[in-house]
Write a protein that binds this ligand. Structure first.
Ligand SMILES: Nc1nc2c(c(=O)[nH]1)N[C@H]1C(S)=C(S)[C@@H](COP(=O)(O)OP(=O)(O)OC[C@H]3O[C@@H](n4cnc5c(=O)[nH]c(N)nc54)[C@H](O)[C@@H]3O)O[C@H]1N2
Ligand SMILES: Nc1nc2c(c(=O)[nH]1)N[C@H]1C(S)=C(S)[C@@H](COP(=O)(O)OP(=O)(O)OC[C@H]3O[C@@H](n4cnc5c(=O)[nH]c(N)nc54)[C@H](O)[C@@H]3O)O[C@H]1N2
Ligand SMILES: [Mo]
Length: 761
């Protein structure tokens, strides 16, 4: 296999049959059963799942960041959560015999599915260049190797420390402390590729980087607007909220170029009575299909309709709210009024009548929530679009009251907690001051490198040591061959992982694999069994307690691994690393002094449902320059592709977790046995003489004019606006140029790749 072509089919022939069943329900149940059988987990899997996301016990689902049910012990599980847990609990093992039997060159020829499917890593390994094998190394020697290489760097900024969003809060805090004690803010993370735009936009508009609503608000709202998220696959427990909202008569508007499964009907995953009787509930009242990148124009159109409505109905705009709590309204109104409908229709790809219908729903609702994910953020104008969403919310005072506000859907289960606990390459001065005071260190003040910055610096030879705290950097990052070359230029790459993946095979001159405990596993330290904490999409912090025997006796917890690395690299550190790891309560006591909203952390995190981090914007306190919520006035971007060009969005299938591929099926989109595909509008196919399942070549053109290509993909006619196309990450990362990232958020433009498609010769 060509090392950049991602997943390989298993020879079964591909199928495409549009899916007409409700989301979740029996299709999900069957899929779970097949998966459990394959992973030989029929006994332990379900038992573990009964312990997941439980009030005061159990572990946090390592899947998505959707919050737990507010009613406490209510069992709210989903098909994909079960898969994520089972994938971690597999009985298969990657041990020293495995590495002795296969060279890295040989493993590089395996598919990504095959690599992870070998099971759990069991002991620390070091790359041996003489034999091209990974060979066992003791923990102490591995740490010492890291310490030696770091000591030889000319500057701590030659090291970069990546975080993938599964890392618990306590480990997160230690990790950033190690980096900053060393003297660098090089803390790239997966949110650089995911919700960086949301954070920056909400910070600018509201003075807080997070959404303001919680699950209770979802239960009370009159209208939900869901933008750019494939909820049925990527936040399946949202289906429950959507169905409950529908039953209570709330309006649900989905805004997505694709009509995803969550935008039709669902059988609520845990509603066994309804499952037994095949009763489904609608989860949508209106579906709007903008062109890719057309959301900002669409939202502005809704704002224009609201302002027009206000001419005859003074209540359409909440004048009192606008007057008391916001700044910049007059400029915004002038801008909206000056934007012609024709321009709004052209840029959004949606007729005025449909936009007005959505605006009417918005005006008729007392309380509205806007929720979004990557379809909004992974664009050049992601920040402007999120700010436009906030503008629309502000117009009707949908902030700081029950049932209303912005609600971004975060990705990894603790990606939000990572940021809260200090993973930020642009840390706030106030945070650094507190860190300095409490921890007795002198943290660097200069901004560090993010994900793209790290890859570019590796290429220039400026970053020589890379640590991946979870994740699969090599495959998750854009421009696969370019990222591979960057990693290979490093002096040392260290991957802290649970499973074998591509990032272990694409390594530096020296390389370490450090295997860690998973979320589901018991974490014993000197003072006894430990618990960790995580934060969900709605700022709830709660405990996660592993209950399974570790996959191997040689595994260490992430906090213990970080402490080992830190002690080796920081011989004179003022931080009592071992003392901290012996009892995570001590880490929490330190965090309570450093982090805003974490007072009395150890007690409050043990409350039955944990605690919610204070949200100033929710209380209508705005840490913005004006002290008010700020309207933005950005010009509409031109997102209409030129003739012959398609705008391609890369996304996940149903049966995958980011770079982890569970199978080649994408059930809700009707796809079987196929990942190397491109969804296209039927007219666009006809215009190019392409028929269903024809092999096509896809060529992307970057801003700098350079081109990248994938060959032999199968074209699939799909209900998607003309000029738009879609396909799967991480395979399509090959098409994402390293230089194509947003000037607003530095996020790679993973939903906005300009491509041409033609039949393969
Ligand atoms: N099972 C599962 N769950 C996951 C993950 C997983 O891989 N598997 N990943 C987790 C992570 S890290 C994240 S960040 C989230 C990601 O969750 P999503 O944001 O749902 O991820 P994607 O699959 O990239 O899907 C993006 C959606 O945006 C739509 N879209 C594309 N372009 C546009 C556009 O211009 N405008 C609009 N309005 N929509 C657009 C696509 O049609 C698709 O429905 O999910 C998390 N949950
Ligand atoms: N083209 C394109 N590219 C994208 C995206 C896109 O939409 N389009 N989405 C981006 C987004 S939103 C994200 S978040 C990134 C995802 O980027 P990452 O977070 O880097 O990737 P994952 O695939 O989630 O990482 C999977 C690996 O994590 C390790 N792992 C699993 N559990 C644990 C654990 O408990 N501890 C540790 N230490 N390791 C563990 C396993 O070894 C597994 O192989 O991809 C980004 N890339
Ligand atoms: Mo993500």
């Amino acid at each position: 296999m060509d090392e950049t072509s991602g997943h390989q089919g298993d020879g079964r022939s591909p199928e495409f049959r549009p899916y007409h069943h409700p989301a979740a329900g029996w299709g999900a149940a069957r899929s779970v059963t097949e998966f459990l059988v394959r992973e030989r987990e029929l006994v332990d899997g379900p038992r573990a799942i009964m312990r997941m996301n439980h009030e005061n016990g159990g572990f946090d689902c390592p899947g998505c960041a959707w919050p737990d049910d507010t009613k406490g012990l209510h069992l709210d599980i989903c098909e994909n959560g079960i898969k994520h847990v089972t994938w971690e609990m597999t009985r298969k093992r990657v041990d020293r015999d495995f590495f002795a039997a296969h060279t890295v060159a040989e493993l590089s020829g395996w598919s990504d599915f095959q690599l992870e499917d070998q099971g759990r890593l069991t002991e620390p390994m070091r790359y041996d260049p003489d034999t091209d094998h990974y060979v066992p190394i003791s923990w102490e020697e591995a740490f010492a190797l890291f310490g030696r290489v770091v000591a030889e760097l000319d500057s701590p900024d030659q090291a970069s420390f990546y975080t993938s969003g599964r890392l618990g809060n306590e480990a997160t805090f230690l990790y950033q402390l190690m980096a900053r004690e060393l003297g660098t803010n090089n803390l790239p993370d997966c949110s650089n590729m995911c919700h960086e735009a949301s954070g920056r936009a909400l910070q600018a508009s509201l003075g807080t980087g997070k959404g303001t609503v919680d699950l209770k608000d979802w239960e009370m709202t009159d209208a939900l607007f869901i933008l750019g998220v494939n909820a049925a696959s990527n936040a399946p427990r949202m289906l429950t909220s959507l169905a409950e909202a529908y039953r209570r008569g709330a309006q649900i508007v989905h805004i997505n170029p694709l009509v995803e499964a969550a935008a039709t009907r669902t059988i609520i995953p845990h509603d066994f009575a309804r499952m037994a009787t095949f009763q489904s509930t609608r989860t949508s009242t209106l579906n709007v299909q903008p062109r890719i990148g057309g959301d900002m124009a669409l939202i502005r159109g809704m704002a224009k309709a609201v302002l027009e409505e206000a001419r005859t109905d003074p209540k359409a705009v909440d004048a009192e709210f606008v007057e008391r709590h916001t700044a910049g309204f007059d400029e915004y109104r002038a801008l909206v009024e000056a934007t012609p409908w024709a321009e709004i229709e052209r840029q959004s790809g949606v007729d005025r009548a449909v936009i007005t219908a959505a605006a009417r729903i918005y005006c008729e609702a007392d309380r509205s929530i806007f929720s979004w994910c990557l379809g909004i953020t992974q664009h050049e104008h992601g920040v402007d679009t999120v700010r436009e969403i906030v503008n629309l919310l502000l117009l009707r005072g949908n902030l700081g009251r029950e049932g209303a506000g912005p609600s971004p859907v975060r990705g990894h289960s603790n990606v939000q907690g990572n940021r809260t606990c200090g993973i930020d390459h642009r840390p706030a001065e106030a945070f650094l001051d507190r860190l300095a005071e409490v921890c007795g260190i002198d943290p660097p003040r200069a901004h560090g490198l993010d994900t793209i910055g790290t890859i570019e610096a590796m290429h220039r030879g400026e970053v020589k040591v890379f640590v991946g705290m979870g994740g699969n950097f090599a495959l998750a990052a854009p421009d696969t061959p370019h990222t591979f070359a960057a990693l290979r230029k490093c002096e040392l790459t260290v991957q802290v992982s649970t499973k074998l993946n591509r990032s272990h095979l694409v390594h530096g001159r020296q390389a370490l694999i450090l295997p860690c405990l998973g979320r589901t596993e018991k974490d014993h330290q000197r003072s006894g069994l430990q618990v960790t904490s995580v934060e969900d999409s709605m700022s709830m912090v709660h405990l996660s307690r592993g209950m399974k025997r570790p996959a191997s006796p040689h595994l260490r917890s992430e906090p213990a691994i970080i402490a080992g690395l830190a002690k080796a690299a920081l011989p004179d550190s003022p931080t009592p690393w071992e003392h901290h790891v012996a009892d995570y309560d001590r880490i929490r006591d330190t965090m309570a002094q450093v982090l805003d909203g974490f007072e009395d952390f150890n007690r409050r995190v043990r409350l039955p449902l944990g605690f919610r981090i204070r949200q100033p914007a929710r209380e209508l306190v705005f840490h913005t320059p004006s002290g008010r919520a700020e309207f933005s006035t950005a010009a509409l971007p031109d997102v209409v592709p030129t003739d012959g060009v398609l705008t391609l969005g890369t996304m996940r299938s149903h049966d995958q977790w980011n770079t982890t591929i569970y199978s080649d099926d994408d059930r809700y989109r009707g796809i079987k046995n196929l990942r190397t595909l491109i969804f296209m509008n039927a007219e666009d196919m006809r215009a190019r003489g392409i028929a269903k399942f024809d092999r096509v070549d896809i060529t992307s053109t970057a801003r700098d004019g350079s081109t990248r290509a994938l060959h032999g993909y199968l074209a699939v006619p799909y209900d998607i606006p003309r000029g738009c196309a879609a396909g799967y990450m991480p395979e399509m990362n090959v098409l994402c140029a390293i230089g194509d990232y947003s000037t607003q958020s530095d996020q790679p433009l993973m939903k906005h790749v300009k491509v041409t498609v033609e039949r393969s010769a």
